[in-house]
Design a protein around this ligand. Structure first.
Ligand code: AMP
Ligand code: MG
Length: 338
């Protein structure tokens, strides 16, 4: 299907925006040895994160002047005099998409992302999986619209993911894809440089022993020891695939995986997921026929912002395996299934 008519009025805008953002990120990845600053929490933040957030901030301001944008980055680091060369680099990249970009405007566009959640708001992770970006693996631009505490539109731009190559999604030379979903309208994939939409559907795997499991590459973002026990409890017969970013949700939605679990790191037992890491990806899985809850089986509550403080971790699955995963997890955690 080459043309899509979406009932939700914001989907086409979100797809066009994420397409440009993903192309911008891809160009930066190809043209630079990505430079990174250290944020306060010591996670890497690159020229790409700031550039993508600036481009999105500008376009969202024009398109939805009244809607807040809640995005990961802040312009504070870039205001320091020592960041001037970095800001110049960012400006040079953005000018290919927005010729009027200059450092002062760019700071304002990035700061547009420091909005407060309200009844309706945009959520953006400019480069989800920055560590994957830095090591030339998977990353995603993730944009979602939240309305009344529920995600209604979600778009992932995955410049290094090719869902048409089921066996080797990270094959070198992959052309990249966009995955888009709207509540009640399904989940769809299209090539990053084309408009040929194809519907996504989760897998039909019912036997946990046959499950293809997805997990974070970063051991600190999950609990690898507990993951081993969970897989043993389920009798899963192959090791999980480690993939950075919400590309995992795109793989799950396309049937290239059967479930994923964001287990809580033992080093950070109080960690609560950030909304921009989950909003777009979880809608994509649900609209492809899958199911998403937290580790206790509760639905994710996106009226909480910027963290999902009413939830703990995430389980996303093809739906068929969901209760088995939750029950095994409860056993592994030594509690009764909720
Ligand atoms: P992934 O690529 O699936 O590992 O997810 C990347 C995201 O994990 C980043 O955008 C971070 O916001 C988030 N993150 C950072 N620390 C943690 C943690 N302790 N537990 C879960 N997620 C985390
Ligand atoms: Mg992220």
């Amino acid at each position: 299907m080459s043309r899509m008519h979406w009932r939700h009025p914001q989907v086409s805008f979100a797809i066009d925006l994420v397409r440009d953002c993903a192309r911008l990120a891809r160009r930066i990845q190809q043209s630079t040895v990505a430079e990174s600053l250290e944020k306060d929490d010591r996670s890497p933040v690159t020229v790409a994160d700031f550039s993508v957030q600036a481009l999105a901030g500008k376009r969202i301001s024009e398109h939805s002047p009244d809607l807040p944008l809640v995005a990961e980055e802040s312009a504070a680091l870039l205001r320091e005099p020592s960041a001037a060369p970095l800001l110049e680099q960012i400006a040079a990249h953005i000018r290919e998409f927005e010729p009027g970009a200059d450092p002062k405007r760019i700071l304002g566009w990035i700061q547009r992302g420091q909005g407060q959640a309200s009844q309706r708001y945009w959520v953006l992770d400019p480069v989800d999986g920055t560590k994957g970006f830095l090591r030339n693996a998977q990353y995603a631009v993730a944009l979602a619209l939240v309305e009344a505490g529920s995600v209604t539109v979600g778009v992932l731009g995955c410049p290094r993911l090719d869902l048409s190559q089921t066996e080797r999604p990270e094959a070198p030379g992959s052309r990249g894809c966009l995955v888009a979903a709207a509540r009640g309208e399904g989940a769809w994939v299209l090539p990053l440089d084309d408009s040929e939409f194809r519907p996504l559907r989760v897998s039909g795997v019912r036997d946990p022993r046959r499950a293809r499991v997805l997990r974070s590459v970063e051991g600190g973002h999950t609990n690898l020891e507990q993951m081993d026990r969970l897989l043993a409890e389920l009798g899963v017969d192959r090791p999980p695939a480690a993939v950075d970013s919400q590309a995992k949700y795109a793989l799950l939605a396309s049937g290239c995986g059967d479930f994923l679990a964001r287990l809580v790191s033992a080093a950070k037992p109080d960690y609560r997921e950030k909304i921009w890491d989950q909003a777009a990806g979880t809608l994509v899985v649900e609209e492809a026929g899958g199911r998403v809850t937290d580790l206790d089986g509760r639905p994710l509550d996106f009226s909480m912002c910027p963290r999902l403080t009413r939830n703990r971790g995430v389980v996303a699955s093809n739906g068929l395996l969901h209760s088995a995963v939750l029950a095994a997890l409860a056993k592994v955690e030594g509690r009764r299934a909720g």
